[in-house]
Design a protein around this ligand. Structure first.
Ligand SMILES: [Zn+2]
Ligand SMILES: [Zn+2]
Length: 403
Protein backbone atom coordinates (compact mmCIF):
# COMPACT_ATOMS: atom_id res chain seq x y z
CA UNK A 1 0.00 0.00 0.00
CA UNK A 2 1.28 3.47 -0.84
CA UNK A 3 2.10 5.59 2.18
CA UNK A 4 -0.32 8.41 3.02
CA UNK A 5 2.50 10.74 4.04
CA UNK A 6 4.04 12.88 1.25
CA UNK A 7 7.63 11.80 1.96
CA UNK A 8 7.41 8.26 0.57
CA UNK A 9 8.46 6.55 3.80
CA UNK A 10 6.43 4.12 5.95
CA UNK A 11 3.51 5.82 7.71
CA UNK A 12 3.20 6.37 11.42
CA UNK A 13 1.07 3.51 12.80
CA UNK A 14 -2.27 4.52 14.34
CA UNK A 15 -1.56 8.27 14.47
CA UNK A 16 -4.92 9.09 16.13
CA UNK A 17 -4.87 6.20 18.64
CA UNK A 18 -6.48 6.25 22.07
CA UNK A 19 -3.17 6.82 23.81
CA UNK A 20 -2.63 9.87 21.59
CA UNK A 21 -6.04 11.29 22.54
CA UNK A 22 -5.42 10.56 26.22
CA UNK A 23 -2.05 12.29 26.07
CA UNK A 24 -3.52 15.35 24.33
CA UNK A 25 -6.31 15.57 26.91
CA UNK A 26 -3.97 15.82 29.89
CA UNK A 27 -0.85 17.49 28.51
CA UNK A 28 0.01 20.96 29.71
CA UNK A 29 1.25 22.94 26.74
CA UNK A 30 3.81 25.71 27.27
CA UNK A 31 2.25 29.10 28.00
CA UNK A 32 2.99 32.51 26.56
CA UNK A 33 4.76 33.61 29.73
CA UNK A 34 7.52 31.05 29.29
CA UNK A 35 10.67 33.16 28.98
CA UNK A 36 12.36 30.52 26.89
CA UNK A 37 9.88 31.25 24.17
CA UNK A 38 10.91 34.85 23.80
CA UNK A 39 14.49 33.91 22.93
CA UNK A 40 15.16 34.28 19.24
CA UNK A 41 16.27 30.68 18.92
CA UNK A 42 15.23 30.56 15.33
CA UNK A 43 16.43 33.28 13.00
CA UNK A 44 15.26 30.79 10.49
CA UNK A 45 15.78 30.59 6.84
CA UNK A 46 12.36 30.35 5.37
CA UNK A 47 10.71 32.49 2.74
CA UNK A 48 7.54 30.46 2.96
CA UNK A 49 3.96 31.63 2.66
CA UNK A 50 2.66 32.65 6.14
CA UNK A 51 -0.82 31.45 5.09
CA UNK A 52 0.19 27.82 5.44
CA UNK A 53 2.36 25.84 7.83
CA UNK A 54 3.99 24.07 4.90
CA UNK A 55 7.69 24.59 4.40
CA UNK A 56 11.02 24.56 6.21
CA UNK A 57 11.25 25.02 9.97
CA UNK A 58 13.83 24.89 12.66
CA UNK A 59 13.00 22.44 15.42
CA UNK A 60 14.25 21.75 18.91
CA UNK A 61 13.43 19.23 21.62
CA UNK A 62 14.68 18.10 24.97
CA UNK A 63 14.31 15.10 27.21
CA UNK A 64 13.78 15.61 30.94
CA UNK A 65 12.17 18.03 33.34
CA UNK A 66 14.23 21.08 32.38
CA UNK A 67 15.03 22.81 29.14
CA UNK A 68 18.72 22.83 29.92
CA UNK A 69 19.77 20.79 26.98
CA UNK A 70 17.90 21.46 23.79
CA UNK A 71 18.75 19.38 20.76
CA UNK A 72 18.37 21.23 17.49
CA UNK A 73 17.34 20.03 14.10
CA UNK A 74 15.38 20.97 11.02
CA UNK A 75 11.89 20.00 9.91
CA UNK A 76 9.86 20.00 6.75
CA UNK A 77 6.09 20.41 7.24
CA UNK A 78 3.58 19.43 4.62
CA UNK A 79 -0.19 19.31 4.87
CA UNK A 80 -2.36 16.73 3.16
CA UNK A 81 -6.10 17.38 3.66
CA UNK A 82 -6.65 17.78 7.42
CA UNK A 83 -3.32 16.25 8.38
CA UNK A 84 0.12 17.77 8.80
CA UNK A 85 3.14 15.60 8.21
CA UNK A 86 6.47 16.57 9.73
CA UNK A 87 9.82 15.16 8.65
CA UNK A 88 12.28 16.03 11.39
CA UNK A 89 16.04 15.44 11.46
CA UNK A 90 18.70 16.21 14.01
CA UNK A 91 22.27 15.07 14.39
CA UNK A 92 21.37 11.47 15.08
CA UNK A 93 17.84 10.66 14.05
CA UNK A 94 15.00 11.23 11.61
CA UNK A 95 11.40 11.29 12.77
CA UNK A 96 8.10 11.30 10.94
CA UNK A 97 5.29 12.96 12.89
CA UNK A 98 1.72 12.50 11.70
CA UNK A 99 -0.62 15.15 13.12
CA UNK A 100 -4.28 16.04 12.87
CA UNK A 101 -5.56 19.55 13.39
CA UNK A 102 -8.04 19.84 16.25
CA UNK A 103 -10.04 23.05 16.46
CA UNK A 104 -8.26 26.23 15.47
CA UNK A 105 -4.79 25.81 16.74
CA UNK A 106 -4.16 22.37 18.22
CA UNK A 107 -2.11 19.65 16.55
CA UNK A 108 -2.29 16.11 17.90
CA UNK A 109 -0.68 12.91 16.68
CA UNK A 110 2.21 10.51 16.92
CA UNK A 111 5.91 10.49 16.05
CA UNK A 112 7.98 7.54 14.94
CA UNK A 113 11.74 7.21 14.54
CA UNK A 114 12.27 6.45 10.85
CA UNK A 115 15.17 4.09 11.55
CA UNK A 116 13.75 2.51 14.70
CA UNK A 117 9.94 2.10 14.78
CA UNK A 118 10.04 1.09 18.47
CA UNK A 119 10.91 4.72 19.26
CA UNK A 120 7.44 6.19 18.94
CA UNK A 121 4.90 8.08 21.04
CA UNK A 122 2.25 10.80 21.22
CA UNK A 123 2.92 14.46 20.44
CA UNK A 124 0.61 17.43 21.03
CA UNK A 125 1.16 21.09 20.31
CA UNK A 126 -0.34 24.47 19.66
CA UNK A 127 0.09 26.74 16.64
CA UNK A 128 1.15 30.11 18.07
CA UNK A 129 1.21 31.79 14.67
CA UNK A 130 2.86 31.37 11.28
CA UNK A 131 6.29 31.38 12.91
CA UNK A 132 5.95 29.24 16.00
CA UNK A 133 4.51 25.90 17.12
CA UNK A 134 5.05 24.82 20.71
CA UNK A 135 4.62 21.19 21.66
CA UNK A 136 5.29 18.37 24.01
CA UNK A 137 6.12 14.73 23.84
CA UNK A 138 5.95 12.47 26.89
CA UNK A 139 9.36 13.50 28.26
CA UNK A 140 9.77 17.16 27.36
CA UNK A 141 9.20 19.91 24.85
CA UNK A 142 9.38 19.65 21.08
CA UNK A 143 8.96 22.96 19.25
CA UNK A 144 9.09 24.40 15.75
CA UNK A 145 9.97 27.92 14.61
CA UNK A 146 10.67 29.78 11.41
CA UNK A 147 10.71 33.25 9.95
CA UNK A 148 8.25 34.20 7.21
CA UNK A 149 7.87 37.24 5.06
CA UNK A 150 4.84 39.41 5.85
CA UNK A 151 4.16 41.97 3.18
CA UNK A 152 2.13 45.18 3.49
CA UNK A 153 0.33 46.83 0.56
CA UNK A 154 2.95 49.59 0.36
CA UNK A 155 5.76 47.06 0.33
CA UNK A 156 3.96 45.26 -2.46
CA UNK A 157 3.83 48.56 -4.37
CA UNK A 158 7.54 49.07 -3.92
CA UNK A 159 8.19 45.57 -5.18
CA UNK A 160 6.29 46.45 -8.37
CA UNK A 161 8.40 49.56 -8.78
CA UNK A 162 11.56 47.48 -8.47
CA UNK A 163 10.41 44.68 -10.75
CA UNK A 164 13.20 45.44 -13.24
CA UNK A 165 15.76 44.67 -10.56
CA UNK A 166 14.18 41.43 -9.44
CA UNK A 167 16.58 38.49 -9.33
CA UNK A 168 16.07 34.98 -8.23
CA UNK A 169 17.94 33.65 -5.26
CA UNK A 170 18.12 30.07 -4.02
CA UNK A 171 17.81 29.32 -0.34
CA UNK A 172 19.56 26.11 0.72
CA UNK A 173 17.42 23.26 2.02
CA UNK A 174 19.49 21.39 4.57
CA UNK A 175 19.58 18.45 6.87
CA UNK A 176 21.74 18.16 9.93
CA UNK A 177 24.77 15.93 9.44
CA UNK A 178 27.55 15.49 6.90
CA UNK A 179 27.54 13.89 3.45
CA UNK A 180 30.41 12.71 1.30
CA UNK A 181 33.52 14.80 0.76
CA UNK A 182 32.25 16.43 -2.43
CA UNK A 183 28.78 17.33 -1.12
CA UNK A 184 27.53 20.88 -0.78
CA UNK A 185 27.52 21.68 2.94
CA UNK A 186 27.96 24.13 5.74
CA UNK A 187 30.89 23.10 7.94
CA UNK A 188 31.85 19.40 8.06
CA UNK A 189 34.59 17.56 6.22
CA UNK A 190 35.78 19.32 3.04
CA UNK A 191 37.14 17.64 -0.05
CA UNK A 192 40.94 17.71 0.11
CA UNK A 193 43.29 16.28 -2.51
CA UNK A 194 45.38 13.18 -1.78
CA UNK A 195 48.39 15.23 -0.67
CA UNK A 196 46.64 18.15 0.93
CA UNK A 197 46.59 19.05 4.59
CA UNK A 198 43.77 20.81 6.38
CA UNK A 199 44.26 24.54 5.75
CA UNK A 200 45.71 26.49 8.67
CA UNK A 201 45.46 30.13 9.60
CA UNK A 202 48.70 31.97 8.75
CA UNK A 203 48.44 34.00 11.97
CA UNK A 204 47.58 31.49 14.72
CA UNK A 205 48.62 28.32 12.83
CA UNK A 206 45.37 26.68 13.97
CA UNK A 207 42.89 24.91 11.66
CA UNK A 208 40.54 27.12 9.71
CA UNK A 209 36.83 26.47 9.96
CA UNK A 210 35.08 25.29 6.77
CA UNK A 211 32.18 27.69 6.39
CA UNK A 212 30.84 26.48 3.09
CA UNK A 213 31.51 24.02 0.33
CA UNK A 214 29.42 24.22 -2.84
CA UNK A 215 29.57 21.58 -5.55
CA UNK A 216 28.63 23.01 -8.97
CA UNK A 217 26.92 19.69 -9.79
CA UNK A 218 24.41 20.04 -6.96
CA UNK A 219 23.26 23.59 -7.74
CA UNK A 220 19.94 24.48 -9.39
CA UNK A 221 20.39 23.56 -13.11
CA UNK A 222 18.86 26.81 -14.34
CA UNK A 223 21.68 28.75 -12.66
CA UNK A 224 24.11 27.21 -15.15
CA UNK A 225 27.33 26.94 -13.10
CA UNK A 226 27.22 30.34 -11.40
CA UNK A 227 30.84 30.17 -10.28
CA UNK A 228 32.35 27.70 -12.79
CA UNK A 229 32.73 23.98 -12.21
CA UNK A 230 34.05 22.00 -9.27
CA UNK A 231 33.94 22.81 -5.58
CA UNK A 232 33.86 26.29 -4.17
CA UNK A 233 35.35 26.15 -0.66
CA UNK A 234 35.42 28.88 1.95
CA UNK A 235 37.58 28.49 5.06
CA UNK A 236 37.73 31.09 7.81
CA UNK A 237 39.64 31.51 11.10
CA UNK A 238 37.40 31.56 14.18
CA UNK A 239 40.18 31.54 16.78
CA UNK A 240 39.31 34.04 19.50
CA UNK A 241 42.42 33.54 21.65
CA UNK A 242 44.72 34.82 18.93
CA UNK A 243 42.24 37.58 18.01
CA UNK A 244 42.54 36.65 14.36
CA UNK A 245 39.38 38.59 13.56
CA UNK A 246 41.06 41.87 14.55
CA UNK A 247 44.65 40.98 13.69
CA UNK A 248 43.84 39.77 10.19
CA UNK A 249 40.85 42.10 9.67
CA UNK A 250 38.71 39.19 8.57
CA UNK A 251 35.90 41.61 7.80
CA UNK A 252 37.68 42.74 4.62
CA UNK A 253 37.99 40.85 1.34
CA UNK A 254 41.31 39.07 0.73
CA UNK A 255 42.14 38.88 4.47
CA UNK A 256 44.78 36.20 5.18
CA UNK A 257 42.27 34.79 7.71
CA UNK A 258 40.25 33.45 4.75
CA UNK A 259 41.06 30.68 2.36
CA UNK A 260 38.86 30.35 -0.71
CA UNK A 261 39.34 28.25 -3.76
CA UNK A 262 37.66 26.64 -6.72
CA UNK A 263 38.90 23.07 -6.99
CA UNK A 264 38.10 20.17 -9.31
CA UNK A 265 37.66 17.11 -7.06
CA UNK A 266 39.73 14.62 -9.05
CA UNK A 267 41.73 11.74 -7.65
CA UNK A 268 41.05 10.13 -4.32
CA UNK A 269 39.84 12.50 -1.67
CA UNK A 270 41.85 12.65 1.49
CA UNK A 271 39.21 12.03 4.12
CA UNK A 272 40.64 14.02 6.94
CA UNK A 273 38.78 14.20 10.16
CA UNK A 274 38.63 17.83 11.20
CA UNK A 275 41.75 18.38 13.35
CA UNK A 276 41.12 18.98 17.03
CA UNK A 277 40.55 22.52 18.14
CA UNK A 278 41.21 22.04 21.85
CA UNK A 279 42.88 24.46 24.20
CA UNK A 280 41.62 27.66 22.65
CA UNK A 281 38.55 29.81 22.66
CA UNK A 282 36.67 29.59 19.41
CA UNK A 283 34.11 31.98 18.13
CA UNK A 284 30.95 29.95 18.47
CA UNK A 285 28.69 32.82 17.56
CA UNK A 286 25.11 32.28 18.50
CA UNK A 287 25.74 30.60 21.84
CA UNK A 288 22.40 28.91 22.23
CA UNK A 289 22.95 27.04 18.98
CA UNK A 290 24.85 23.78 19.23
CA UNK A 291 28.23 23.11 17.76
CA UNK A 292 29.84 19.82 16.97
CA UNK A 293 32.99 18.72 18.68
CA UNK A 294 35.30 21.26 20.21
CA UNK A 295 34.77 24.46 18.31
CA UNK A 296 33.44 23.38 14.95
CA UNK A 297 30.06 24.50 13.75
CA UNK A 298 27.28 21.98 13.32
CA UNK A 299 27.46 20.34 9.90
CA UNK A 300 24.48 20.88 7.65
CA UNK A 301 24.28 19.08 4.36
CA UNK A 302 22.62 21.01 1.52
CA UNK A 303 20.06 18.66 0.01
CA UNK A 304 18.24 21.05 -2.30
CA UNK A 305 17.38 24.64 -3.12
CA UNK A 306 14.29 26.76 -2.79
CA UNK A 307 13.86 29.40 -5.47
CA UNK A 308 12.75 32.79 -4.15
CA UNK A 309 12.58 36.39 -5.35
CA UNK A 310 15.09 38.94 -4.26
CA UNK A 311 15.59 42.69 -4.62
CA UNK A 312 18.52 45.02 -3.88
CA UNK A 313 18.70 47.28 -0.83
CA UNK A 314 17.88 50.98 -1.22
CA UNK A 315 21.49 52.12 -1.72
CA UNK A 316 21.99 49.57 -4.42
CA UNK A 317 18.61 50.51 -5.98
CA UNK A 318 19.86 54.11 -6.21
CA UNK A 319 23.06 52.93 -7.88
CA UNK A 320 20.82 51.12 -10.34
CA UNK A 321 19.01 54.36 -11.15
CA UNK A 322 15.87 54.02 -9.02
CA UNK A 323 14.71 57.19 -7.26
CA UNK A 324 12.55 57.00 -4.17
CA UNK A 325 9.92 59.54 -3.22
CA UNK A 326 8.05 60.22 -0.01
CA UNK A 327 5.29 57.77 -0.95
CA UNK A 328 7.65 54.84 -1.16
CA UNK A 329 7.75 52.64 1.88
CA UNK A 330 11.41 51.69 1.83
CA UNK A 331 11.02 49.67 5.01
CA UNK A 332 11.43 46.59 2.91
CA UNK A 333 12.13 42.97 3.74
CA UNK A 334 14.52 42.61 0.82
CA UNK A 335 17.26 41.77 0.16
CA UNK A 336 16.64 38.47 1.96
CA UNK A 337 18.85 38.43 5.02
CA UNK A 338 19.78 34.77 5.36
CA UNK A 339 21.81 32.17 3.53
CA UNK A 340 21.31 32.29 -0.21
CA UNK A 341 22.90 31.54 -3.52
CA UNK A 342 22.67 34.42 -6.04
CA UNK A 343 20.16 37.25 -5.64
CA UNK A 344 21.27 40.54 -4.08
CA UNK A 345 23.65 40.97 -1.13
CA UNK A 346 22.21 42.32 2.11
CA UNK A 347 24.80 45.11 2.51
CA UNK A 348 24.62 46.66 5.96
CA UNK A 349 27.12 49.54 5.89
CA UNK A 350 27.52 50.25 2.21
CA UNK A 351 27.49 48.58 -1.18
CA UNK A 352 30.93 47.01 -1.18
CA UNK A 353 31.74 44.70 -4.08
CA UNK A 354 35.50 44.13 -4.13
CA UNK A 355 37.55 44.57 -7.28
CA UNK A 356 39.55 41.79 -8.91
CA UNK A 357 43.20 42.07 -7.97
CA UNK A 358 44.22 41.11 -11.50
CA UNK A 359 41.89 43.00 -13.84
CA UNK A 360 40.23 45.57 -11.59
CA UNK A 361 36.70 44.49 -12.54
CA UNK A 362 33.97 44.66 -9.94
CA UNK A 363 33.43 41.18 -8.58
CA UNK A 364 30.07 39.40 -8.79
CA UNK A 365 28.01 38.28 -5.86
CA UNK A 366 27.89 34.49 -5.48
CA UNK A 367 26.62 33.56 -2.01
CA UNK A 368 25.49 35.16 1.24
CA UNK A 369 25.94 33.62 4.68
CA UNK A 370 23.48 35.02 7.21
CA UNK A 371 23.95 35.28 10.97
CA UNK A 372 22.76 32.28 12.92
CA UNK A 373 20.93 30.63 10.05
CA UNK A 374 22.78 27.51 9.03
CA UNK A 375 26.01 28.66 10.67
CA UNK A 376 26.05 30.09 14.20
CA UNK A 377 28.66 32.73 13.35
CA UNK A 378 27.28 36.23 13.86
CA UNK A 379 29.96 38.07 11.84
CA UNK A 380 30.21 40.90 14.33
CA UNK A 381 26.72 41.77 15.46
CA UNK A 382 24.14 40.01 13.29
CA UNK A 383 26.31 40.61 10.25
CA UNK A 384 26.35 38.94 6.86
CA UNK A 385 29.16 37.19 5.02
CA UNK A 386 29.48 37.58 1.25
CA UNK A 387 31.31 35.46 -1.30
CA UNK A 388 32.19 37.20 -4.55
CA UNK A 389 34.10 36.25 -7.68
CA UNK A 390 35.66 37.99 -10.68
CA UNK A 391 33.51 37.19 -13.74
CA UNK A 392 36.66 36.78 -15.85
CA UNK A 393 39.04 35.19 -13.36
CA UNK A 394 37.11 32.38 -11.73
CA UNK A 395 39.90 31.68 -9.25
CA UNK A 396 39.71 35.24 -7.93
CA UNK A 397 37.33 34.68 -5.03
CA UNK A 398 36.69 36.81 -1.99
CA UNK A 399 34.94 36.59 1.33
CA UNK A 400 34.01 39.59 3.45
CA UNK A 401 31.55 40.37 6.16
CA UNK A 402 29.58 43.42 7.13
CA UNK A 403 27.69 44.17 10.33
ZN1 LIG B 1 43.82 32.38 13.19
ZN1 LIG C 1 39.53 39.64 -12.95
Amino acid sequence: MLPLNPFGIPDVPDPDGQDVQAFAAQVELPGDDDCMDTEPWSLSRSADDPGTLDGDWESRWYHGPQAWNWEYGVALLQSVKDRIYVLFADERRDYLIDLRRQGNDLLVGRYVNVGNPEDSGPWAGRIEGPERIVGRWAHGRWDFARKVVHETASQRKLRDKLSGLQRHAWVPIVRVGDGDATASKFSGVPWLGPHEAWPLCPHCRQPLQLLLQLNSKTLPPELDSPFGTGLLQVFFCTNKDARCEEQLVTQLPFSPGHYLRLVEPTGTARLLKPPRLTGRAWNLGFAIRPTVGDGYYQTRLITGWKKVMDYPNDDECKLQGITFDANDDTDFHYPLSGDKLAGWPFWIQQVGYPRCRRCGRQMHFVFQIGSGWNLPDLFGDCGRGFITQCPDHKDELAFQWDS
